[in-house]
Design a protein. Structure first.
Length: 397
């Protein structure tokens, strides 16, 4: 595995701080590896007996079932007043774990690192309990740049289209055979759906949930309509499904970090449009294993990659709406704004060129405007910057 340097760089300044370091991310995206890399760096200057690492998916720790068990276990290992570094991997498996974390922080000389595979790790009562006492980091599967560090840059196009097809889950790169990759990703998908969504949210109509998951996972980057999906079930399955149920299941998918919901932003009215969303996959490979018959949507897949890359680079991302068109992404960071249009190919298609470049005519500010595609030639025009998707993914940022 490569070093996840971007995350390490963000976390290093807090190694010795008493703020709780919280790392969230979809199951199998590399959180355990990242913790291991932090441990390796600490061992250069810290006594190994002052580093305590627990992976709660390891059966060795199956006797630790609640916060009291965890508290007693840790206190037995703390022998002196020097700083201890505590690592708790997949801590959501321990009931009321936050009570122990809060207590250890308040009473011991410790630096605490925790990971979890759902977005609820810092929500509700927990956020209140730990308010002002933690700093969070959101982790993603490999970016294309990280894939290139792992595999080299000799066959960039082949590598990119493999990434487009099978996503960036780190451990899937251990397999070269597509059948093995599919089996591995199917296992990852099943563990996410069963452990982090169905079991956690006590979903009873598993068949309906799976149908909605399949729909979302095989149609990324599409404008979503609960009305249309409810109508589909009525016409095709003679099944009545409420919009509330659909939205609840989508929310569970978001909280399980399987997908992300992106708001639409009215550029003219400068407001969020409630009920107008798009959904993007955390990893395209998990969508691939669900898609056994539908036609590939290369433009949508590339749009999904650009969205995930912008999030990785630290942008707040919205869908932009105009009177006569839509901007794929408005990206905000450090008080600055960038616009992005994404498509598979521009080439000589005048209609596509007009759509992708022409929509910017309605925006009269001077923030950077980009069009990203697989085209190798620079098709920039009228101050609008065209970038090849591979070049853009590998640029310094």
């Amino acid at each position: 595995m490569i070093k996840r340097e971007k995350y390490l760089k963000d976390i290093r300044p807090f190694y010795n701080e008493d703020l709780i370091k919280v790392i969230t991310g979809i199951r199998r995206c590399g959180k355990s590896i990242l913790l291991g890399q932090i441990v390796e760096e600490l061992r250069e200057n810290v006594d190994k007996n002052h580093i305590i690492y627990i992976n709660f998916e390891d059966v060795k720790y199956s006797d630790i079932k609640n916060f009291k068990d965890l508290n007693n276990y840790i206190l037995k290992l703390i022998k002196d007043d020097k700083k201890y570094y505590l690592f708790f991997d997949e801590i959501q498996n321990i009931k009321e774990w936050e009570k122990t974390i809060n207590s250890l922080k308040a009473t011991q000389n410790v630096s605490i690192f925790i990971t979890g595979s759902n977005s609820d790790l810092l929500s509700g009562d927990l956020a209140t309990l730990l308010s002002g006492r933690y700093i969070s980091f959101k982790m993603q599967p490999f970016t294309f740049e990280e894939v290139c560090k792992l595999k080299g840059k000799e066959n960039l196009e082949d590598l990119f289209f493999n990434y487009l097809k099978w996503g960036g889950m780190p451990q899937r790169y251990r397999f070269d055979d597509e059948k093995q990759v599919r089996i591995y990703l199917s296992d990852v998908y099943d563990s996410i759906v069963m452990k982090d969504i169905i079991k956690r949210f006590k979903i009873s109509d598993i068949d309906l949930f799976n149908r909605i998951v399949e729909y979302i996972m095989t149609t990324p980057a599409q404008t979503f309509s609960a009305d249309n999906l409810a109508l589909y079930f009525k016409n095709n399955d003679n099944r009545s499904v409420s919009k509330d149920t659909i939205y609840n299941y989508l929310e569970y998918m978001c909280r399980g970090l399987l997908i992300s919901k992106v708001d639409r932003y009215d550029i003219r009215g400068k407001r969020i449009l409630n009920g107008k969303y798009k959904y993007y996959l955390t990893d395209l490979g998990l969508g691939r294993i669900m898609n056994t018959s539908k036609k590939e949507q290369l433009g949508a897949y590339i749009e999904n990659i650009v969205y995930n890359e912008l999030i990785y680079r630290g942008y707040d991302v919205k869908i932009g709406t105009l009177d006569n068109g839509e901007i794929d992404f408005i990206a905000l960071r450090d008080g600055k704004k960038e616009y992005y249009q994404v498509c598979y190919q521009l080439g000589d298609d005048e209609k596509i060129n007009k759509r992708e470049f022409g929509v910017y005519k309605e925006i009269d500010d001077n923030y950077p405007k980009y069009v990203i595609s697989t085209d190798k030639f620079d098709l920039s025009q009228d101050g609008i910057i065209h970038r090849n998707i591979i070049d853009w993914l590998l640029e310094e940022h």
